[in-house]
Design a protein around this ligand. Structure first.
Ligand code: SPD
Length: 276
C-alpha cells in the first residue's frame, strides 16, 4: 500500500491509500484516492477537498448555519462545490431553487461517478448547474439571492478571486437586502491573519460578520473556519428552525453545536477582536 501526502511549505497530511486515479482538466489536476481511514477522497491540484468520511461536517456547517438563520431562504447560489455536498444539504429544505456555479465541468462529472452519496442532489430538478467562474457570474446579478454559499478551494489559482474585495462587493450586490453570504475561510491555526483580513474586508460592506469553527480532520491543522456576513440577520436558531433542524437528518450539526460553534478560543479572539 502507498501513501498520499498533501504538503505545503511547513507540514504535510498523509493518508494510506489502496489506489490513486489521476485525471487532468483544463483547470487543474483531479485525483481520486481510495484511502483506508477516510474512504474515497477528491483531490484538486494536490489539495484534499472532500473525503467520504468527514465531508458531512464541512458541508453541514457550511450550509445549515446560514439557511437556518435566514427566515425564508428560497433562492440559493453556491459557488464552487462541484462535488455536490453543499447542494445535497441545501436540497433538504422544501421549495428551494439552487444554482451551482462550478468552474470545472470535469469535477462534476467525476463526482457523479465516484461519489454518488455526495453528488446525488446535483441531478435534482430544482438544481441548475452553470460552468463558469463564480466571480464573473455574480457580476451580472443584482438583488437575487437569499443565501450565497462560497464552497471554494484554498485562495490560490482560480479560487483566489473568490476571496477578493471585488468579489465580496459583487456578492453583496447579488444578494437580496436581507441575504446572507457564507464562506469557507480557511484554518485559524495555519493563518489567523488571513481570516482577519477577510473579516476587515467584509466589515467594510456588511454590519454583521461572524466567524464559526468546526473540526475537519482532513484539512490542514484540522480546525476550520467559516465566515457569515449579512446586512440584517445575525446567526440565529428560531424555535421553528430548531424544529426544522431536528428533521434535517444531520450527522454533525445539532442545536448545541449551532450555538457553540460561534464561541471563539482566546487565540482567535485576540486577533479578530483585539481582545487581551
Ligand atoms: N484545504 C481545502 C479546503 C477546501 C474547501 N472546499 C472544499 C470543497 C468541498 N465541497
Amino acid at each position: 500500500m502507498k501513501w498520499f501526502s498533501e504538503k505545503n511549505d511547513t507540514f504535510a497530511l498523509s493518508l494510506k491509500i489502496r489506489s490513486r486515479k489521476k485525471y487532468k482538466s483544463s483547470f487543474q489536476k483531479i485525483e481520486i484516492l481510495d484511502s483506508i481511514q477516510y474512504g474515497k477522497v477528491l483531490v484538486l491540484d494536490g489539495i484534499i477537498q472532500t473525503t467520504e468520511n468527514d465531508e458531512f461536517i464541512y458541508h453541514e456547517m457550511l450550509t445549515h448555519i446560514p439557511m437556518l438563520s435566514h427566515p425564508n431562504a428560497t433562492n440559493i447560489l453556491v459557488i464552487g462545490g462541484g462535488d455536490g455536498g453543499a447542494v445535497r444539504e441545501l436540497s433538504k429544505y422544501p421549495s428551494v431553487k439552487i444554482t451551482l456555479v462550478e468552474i470545472d465541468p470535469k469535477v462534476i462529472k467525476i463526482a457523479k461517478k465516484e461519489f454518488p452519496n455526495i453528488s446525488h442532489a446535483l441531478n435534482n430538478k430544482n438544481v441548475t448547474i452553470i460552468n463558469d467562474d463564480g466571480s464573473n457570474f455574480i457580476k451580472q446579478k443584482y438583488n437575487e439571492y437569499d443565501v450565497m454559499i462560497i464552497d471554494s478551494s484554498d485562495p490560490i489559482s482560480h479560487s483566489a478571486n473568490l476571496f477578493s474585495t471585488q468579489f465580496y462587493k459583487d456578492a453583496k450586490n447579488a444578494l437580496k437586502k436581507n441575504g446572507i453570504l457564507n464562506l469557507q475561510s480557511e484554518s485559524p491555526i495555519a493563518n489567523i491573519n488571513f481570516i482577519k483580513s477577510i473579516r476587515n474586508t467584509l466589515l467594510s460592506l456588511f454590519p454583521i460578520v461572524k466567524h464559526y469553527f468546526a473540526p475537519i480532520p482532513t484539512y490542514p491543522t484540522g480546525l476550520w473556519s467559516f465566515t457569515f456576513a449579512s446586512l440584517q440577520h445575525e446567526p440565529n436558531l428560531s424555535p421553528e428552525k430548531r424544529d426544522l433542524l431536528t428533521i434535517l437528518n444531520t450527522k454533525y450539526l445539532n442545536e448545541e453545536i449551532f450555538h457553540a460553534c460561534f464561541a471563539l478560543p482566546n487565540f482567535i479572539k485576540k486577533v479578530l477582536y483585539n481582545a487581551s
